[in-house]
Design a protein around this ligand. Structure first.
Ligand code: PLP
Length: 476
């Protein structure tokens, strides 16, 4: 079972028992409060391309760009230079009083990248903040329409979703294990419907079209249950990332959901914190879905990890409403539009263009999917392999016929992650647990950088397969 003990705290992440920890990678606790309080993680002192380097000199293949973040790989000198240049110009100015050229350039790039479908960008520091800003802006929008609709206080989002960890974003999401102990503080005005999750949600013999119709009907029913004119927005990830593990939307799904929102005058917020900014093969994941959201969040691939940054892209009609209303978004943060973060992200986005990386995401993504299927379709514990672009996951089951998930007590995905970090594998895999109902189920995600190569993908899959072969049966 590797290092981890059951998820006794119910946090969705297994805890560590000191006794079981292998002494090789454990040091006396430092002053940092890590996610695991009783364990110090590997110390990363450097990085090069797709590799992270530890203080012991181990080179770890970063198969997940951290949490789907480092999309240019590590240590791109061009981004370092842009950051340094901005630091020398001006490191910080307060966005309540001033703007800065880096924020202006980045925002213009982002708006243009939507073909003008979005008309403004609101730059913050994390995905969570972007989600909270999106929800607050949609509430404000309805209070500032020429005929205000302040009764629109309900948000509909989806079960088994993750939209961030602060109280507002945690309420929007539905990760049962992460919500459990904070439930008393979470808004009761957020309501959750089913995900588009064919592996477990689609009935035997049901067609894609019928499944999509059924999901759209569920949304319609939820509008009716709440009162259609009380719903402010529907929130969904364009491609579900962390919770279920890289589930692309079925053709027509998001379009059908948008139609229900439009019918009732509600907004659609697409959360592209993880799936956006090129990860799925187009800069915006919604471009592949024939749908345009009213509000869109972006984060991880935006700054590629060179600086903390996220954003909210806003459709013209929402901007116009606020502009003609109070003329201000009732929300402000100290580090909004931070010059250094914006300069880093702007350079990252230029490099994605200059190096023509999106075609590589599509080509390498297709290759990654093919070899994952080739190597693991026959594995008795790999229930599903799915993905798009350079964003792929494998879901593990105890029995392929019944799709019986692994319980949290097995800590399977975290065990795979820990095993991957052993020197003989040296690969960082992204673990995911609690997908199905926030409690049961395991998957791992592969999300390599956009400039990855076939050779790197071969190596990544080879190491992943070896890790799975070592650990999956041990977990039983
Ligand atoms: N929304 C989605 C879809 C995410 O995947 C995440 C993080 O993984 C967030 C929001 C929260 O982003 P952050 O961790 O940057 O606050």
């Amino acid at each position: 079972m590797g290092d981890y003990t059951p998820d006794v705290a119910g946090t969705g992440v297994p805890t560590l028992a000191g006794k079981q920890v292998e002494t090789a990678d454990v040091k006396p606790p430092s002053g940092v409060l890590y996610h695991q309080l009783r364990r110090e993680p590997l110390n990363i002192v450097g990085g090069r391309g797709s590799y992270l380097i530890t203080d012991t000199g181990l080179e770890i293949l970063d198969a997940t760009c951290g949490a789907a973040v480092s999309c240019l790989g590590h240590s791109d000198e061009r981004v370092h230079e842009a950051i340094l240049e901005q630091l020398k110009k001006i490191p910080y100015c307060y966005s309540m009083y001033f703007t800065n050229s880096a924020a202006e350039s980045l925002s213009k790039f982002l708006v243009d990248s939507t073909g003008g479908k979005m008309s403004r960008a609101y730059i913050v520091s994390s995905g969570t903040e972007a989600v909270e800003a999106a929800v607050k802006m949609s509430i404000q929008y309805f209070t500032e329409l020429p005929v205000p609709q302040p009764q629109r206080v309900n948000i509909i989002s989806r079960k088994s979703s993750y939209h961030g960890n602060t109280l507002g974003s945690l309420a929007v999401g539905h990760h049962a294990a992460r919500r459990r102990i904070y439930e008393s503080l979470l808004s009761k005005n957020v309501h959750h419907i089913s995900q588009c999750y064919p592996y477990r949600g689609m009935k035997t013999n049901e067609s894609v079209e019928d499944y999509v119709v059924r999901l759209a009907r569920e949304l319609e029913d939820e509008f009716q249950r709440l009162g259609p004119d009380t719903v402010c927005a529907f929130v969904a990830e364009t491609m579900t990332g962390a919770t279920l593990g890289c589930v692309p939307p079925l053709p027509g799904y998001l379009k059908a959901m948008k139609a229900v929102c439009e019918k009732h005058g509600a907004l659609m917020i697409l959360d592209e914190v993880m799936s956006g900014m090129g990860r799925t093969g187009t800069l915006h994941a919604w471009e592949q879905e024939d749908v345009v959201p009213d509000l869109q969040t972006i984060a991880k691939g935006l700054g590629a990890g060179y600086a903390p940054i996220a954003g909210l892209l806003i459709n013209k009609h929402v901007v116009d409403t606020l502009s003609n209303g109070t003329g201000a978004f009732v929300h402000s943060q100290t580090y909004q539009g931070h010059p250094v973060s914006c300069a880093a992200a702007y350079r990252v986005q230029q490099i994605i263009k200059e190096d023509n990386l999106l075609p590589n995401v599509r080509a390498m993504g297709e290759y990654l999917g093919q070899i994952l299927h080739k190597r693991l379709d026959g594995h008795p514990r790999v229930g599903d392999i799915r993905g798009r672009g350079l964003f792929w996951a494998m879901e593990f089951v105890q029995d392929k016929a019944t799709k019986e998930p692994y319980p949290p007590s097995k800590a399977l995905s975290w065990t795979l992650h820990t095993t991957g970090l052993k020197p003989e594998y040296s690969i960082s895999l992204m673990p995911g647990s609690g997908g199905i109902d926030g409690v049961n189920g395991d998957h791992i995600i592969l999300a390599p950088p956009y400039n990855t190569t076939r050779a790197e993908i071969d190596l990544m899959v080879d190491r992943t397969v070896r890790v799975i072969k070592e650990d999956v049966y041990n977990a039983e």
